[in-house]
Design a binder for this molecule. Sequence first.
Ligand code: PMP
Length: 296
Amino acid sequence: MSVPRYAALDGVIVRWEKATVHASTHALHYGTGVFEGIRAYYAPDEDELYVWELDAHLERLVRNMGVLDLREGPSKDQLWDISMKLLRANGFREDTYIRPLVFLGEGTIRVRPQTQRTRWVLLTVPLGSYLGKKVVSCMVSSWTRVSNTMIPPAAKISGAYVNSLLAAMEAARAGYDEAIFLTKEGTVSEGSVENLFIVRKKKLFTPSVSEDILEGITRANVMEMARDMGLAVEERRIPRTELYHADEVFLCGTGAGIVAAGEIDAATDSPRSTRPRPCHWRRNGPCAGQRMPSQS
Ligand code: PMP
């Protein structure tokens, strides 16, 4: 990976190595931050980066700041502006990940925030394929998806990602590429960092928002594209068995893109595994995202 030259700290572009915080930072101790993962795709023929769904990601971030009561954080416009400036400053000529993080800074050591101020960073780092494959093997995790009554999974709260990390580590140790979470009721929720769809008789099903999922931006795109293509899409509960019975299963997210789930729990190795779906990227292409202003 090429190391970025610059990062943004509290709205100011600084050298990468200067983007640091104090060890007493509240978020470091208690995971009190909200973040986003955004992608910019590089189009070599035009020598341009195209940011995918920047507006939707920033809107979600600003909305989620309210969940942790992160006051006086950046506005959507500020985040947009600094994203563009930083992409330009780092000048990567490859697919790039954009990571804004808004978090509680220094103050008391107590869990309940009192004197902490809201701080924010924005990083842009080169990032190719997240899972490194178009077809992945999955393990239904022994870790349950963090539920809405514990930490709201829809809020992309930093601390909640320990849940994803434990599931992903468990899957990797068992020799799988990715984990699939169940809810505490035992129905299918999502991947460690992706939403999940199954296909049965040419109809798409995805766990509804009540299934402790992040309401993914890629998920929304997939549903829209599928409907445009005349496919029926239904949001509902998915029992675990349907993972094994489905004609196709795929995971989707900004980082991961769209990847087919082949083998699940070593229980399936049907031909479905070789057919990543749907035609989302093929039709729209990454360049349908927010075009970067020319780098000149
Ligand atoms: N679920 C989780 C837990 C995630 O972290 C992500 C990645 N943001 C997704 C789903 C996919 O969401 P999106 O399509 O908005 O990236």
